[in-house]
Design a protein around this ligand. Structure first.
Ligand code: IVH
Length: 683
């Protein structure tokens, strides 16, 4: 069948879209929807069409960026419709004033104002984004920027499960030709807490609040990181451009349209009549909002009837037909009854203020972190002080300030301990670190306790029925010093523990036995090596067939693994260089704790390409493109998309693109498929 240029153009566009979509599912979401063979078939079809019709070949064609893991460029995007912000009302009086202004401008009677329809929506505390759908397909997404020009974050937005790639009307209605959407990307509170926990474990800086975490995650060059963060989205606005379709008459209908098209709309909005009902909604949600899994910092109130919007217009910054009612930041006053110094698993000391219990943002706060010695000095917190506490990002309580006017004359400056409050060892502070540490790693009872708690935790060895209390009893009774001792416990020993019968003792022993066969990643995580959280542990377990192999790896070798830098590599090597840790591993092996990776089927390939960077161009004859890249990586090499001075090899297939010319220009070694196969040990 002969194809004319118009048919070819259409097909090329289709293929490009499909290939990009599959490439994204493969690289970023790690959720391929088609087999490699099917992918290659599409790729070849595009390649053939581009050869036949060279005028259809463009720079941005997927055939020109072979093997590229997509990356976000943050290109500036001019918003088709400026992204205005909203005026704020900080109190009910200010809300009343706004309503008065509306009443006057729209020349309403009192009765008409009482009938006026306002849409009340929760104000989501996230990051506003502009989304563009063309003929129902998501084509572009940008941050707000300065309101006129934002940054292109399309790829990152595509990783958000709540954001549909294609719009389909649930009611069988029409999908507008062009749809401009406004919404808020947010970090669910539950995932935020989990992320911060993970960061803390890896001794990385935690995010102050979900909003910062959302912003940090959306503004990633590598969308694969965004994908892992599990952001979410609520949409609250749409502008329709279509020859046969108009913007709905009312804002509430716009919300319904968004919902009908499969876009996520927060269902808690209400139509209120008159400002009194609006205030009622605000009051109601002041309490209830703390039950949601996302942060809200107010209520956005919009006039429902869009014809009124035109009449009212906008100032330079914000429309007059909408306002944001902001809840006051949630703070409370209470007194410091004591300051405790907690000793963590790694010996780090964290000062914690014990407070007279006080209600704050939906919960009762009894303890608040004072972070470190510097923070104590800065605040000059003393026992007996009246302090203002706030939930940072309304979640983690912290001491904000001291009410100096309420301070007792007898108060004394708080002394930071110089010795460990648990084992009395002199504390040390490593240069560049804020935290003081107890260096008595293996002798300090608190560190022992925390290490054991970490060992039995769900992401670690997951020992059922082993909790904080039992661990303390076992340490106090002298039965357990470190996790390896758990495997030596006997029934008579366990039965000496208070309120422990034969049956419970038996259950504990069974749970310990069952937990000997946890995956290698859990075991690596359980060690609690600095910077090695659950996901790093997984990366390591993927690479090594047994713990023994990992113990032999050099810092250099470890830092070659994608996602592992020199700092982590060093920490791992130091951990296993320590004789105490080596003996600990030997005792685990003796106790028959499994140290093998279950992926034994994956023999480790020779790391002969370590440090070498490859760029593939053109179609390879026998090797599948993605497979070739995987193999390069499995041999320790890297596969990138563009040729630069850092490239070691350019692998050329049939019909190479401009990359071959670039390679020749830079004098980079050009090899063919046969040579690549040799390097990969395939021939
Ligand atoms: S409407 C022209 N609705 O709050 C009106 N904004 O303070 C555009 N926001 O920039 C905004 N939830 O980032 C609207 N339900 C909601 C919202 C909302 C959160 C954010 C948005 C906006 C800011 C204004």
């Amino acid at each position: 069948m002969t194809v004319n240029i118009e048919q070819a153009r259409k097909r090329v566009e289709e293929l490009k879209r499909e290939i990009e979509h599959h490439s994204f599912s493969y690289y970023v979401l790690s959720r391929p929807e088609v087999s490699d063979a099917e992918f290659d078939k599409l790729f070849r079809e595009l390649k053939n069409l581009e050869e036949k019709f060279p005028e259809l070949l463009t720079e941005d064609s997927p055939t020109q960026k072979v093997g590229a893991a997509p990356s976000t460029e943050f290109k500036p995007v001019r918003h088709r419709i400026a992204m205005l912000s909203l005026a704020n009302a900080m109190s009910f009086e200010e809300l009343d004033k706004w309503a008065e202004r509306l009443k006057k401008a729209l020349e309403l009677t009192d009765e008409q104002e009482r009938q006026l329809a306002y849409v009340c929506e929760l104000k989501i505390d996230g990051l506003s984004v502009a989304l563009t759908y063309k003929n129902g397909v998501f084509v572009e997404g940008a941050t707000r920027g300065n309101g006129d020009v934002g940054e292109d974050v399309t790829l990152n937005l595509k990783t958000i499960a709540a954001l549909p790639n294609r719009l389909i009307s649930k009611n069988g209605g029409k999908v507008p030709e062009l749809l401009e959407i406004r919404g808020e990307v947010y970090f669910p509170i539950s995932t935020f807490l989990a992320l911060n926990k993970k960061l803390a474990e890896q001794e990385e800086q935690a995010f102050a609040n979900p909003r910062n975490a959302a912003s940090g995650s959306l503004r990633q060059k590598d969308p694969r990181i965004t994908a892992k963060r599990k952001l979410s989205l609520w949409t609250y606005f749409a502008y329709v451009t279509d020859a046969h379709m108009h913007d709905p008459k009312n804002h509430s209908e716009t919300l319904k349209l968004l919902h009908d098209l499969g876009l996520p709309v927060d269902s808690h909005y209400k139509i209120a009549h008159g400002i009194a009902e609006v205030k009622h909604f605000c009051k109601l949600w002041d309490e209830k909002r703390h039950q949601l899994d996302y942060q809200t910092d107010g209520v956005v109130i919009k006039l429902d009837e869009r014809s009124l919007w035109k009449a009212l217009g906008a100032t330079a910054h914000s429309p007059r037909w909408a306002i944001a009612f902001k809840y006051p930041p949630e703070e409370a006053e209470t007194t410091v009854e004591a300051v405790e110094f907690e000793v963590g698993r790694t010996g780090a000391i964290t000062p914690v203020a014990c407070l007279t219990p006080v209600k704050l943002a939906g919960t009762t706060v009894k303890r608040a972190s004072l972070h470190n010695a510097e923070q104590i000095k800065r605040l000059d917190v003393r026992i007996g002080d009246t302090v203002v506490v706030r939930k940072a990002g309304e979640i983690i309580p912290e001491v904000l300030s001291v009410k100096l006017d309420k301070r007792s004359k007898k108060s004394e400056v708080l002394e930071y301990p110089t010795r460990c409050p648990v084992c009395n060892t002199k504390l040390v502070r490593t240069e560049g670190e804020v935290a003081f540490r107890c260096p008595n790693t293996y002798g300090c009872a608190s560190q022992k306790q925390r290490r054991l708690e970490h060992w039995v935790g769900r992401e670690a060895m997951d020992i059922d029925g082993m909790g904080e209390v039992l661990i303390k009893q076992l340490i106090d009774a002298g039965f357990v010093q470190d996790p390896a001792d758990l495997y030596m416990l006997t029934e008579p020993e366990l039965m000496q523990i208070e309120r422990m019968g034969a049956k419970s003792a038996d259950n504990i022993l069974k749970a310990i036995e069952a937990a000997k066969k946890r995956p290698l990643s859990n075991l690596i995580y359980a060690f609690g090596i600095s910077h090695v959280g659950a996901s790093i542990a997984e990366l390591l377990a993927d690479q090594y067939s047994s713990l023994k192999e990992l113990m032999k790896a050099s810092a250099d070798e470890l830092s070659q693994i994608e996602g592992i830098g020199p700092k982590i590599g060093q920490a791992i090597v130091e951990f296993f260089d320590n004789e105490i840790n080596q003996q600990f591993v030997e005792r685990l092996i003796k106790a028959h704790v499994s140290i093998q990776s279950d992926a034994k089927a994956k023999p480790k390939l020779e790391q002969n390409l370590t440090g070498k960077t490859f760029v593939l161009t053109g179609t390879l004859e026998t090797l599948d493109r993605l497979e070739a890249e995987k193999l390069i990586k499995a041999h320790g090499g890297k596969a990138t998309s563009s040729v630069s001075k850092k490239t070691d090899y350019v692998v050329v297939g049939t019909n190479p693109g401009s990359k071959l010319a670039k390679a020749e220009e830079l004098g980079i070694t050009v090899i063919d498929e046969a040579k690549l196969k040799k390097l990969l040990g395939l021939t």
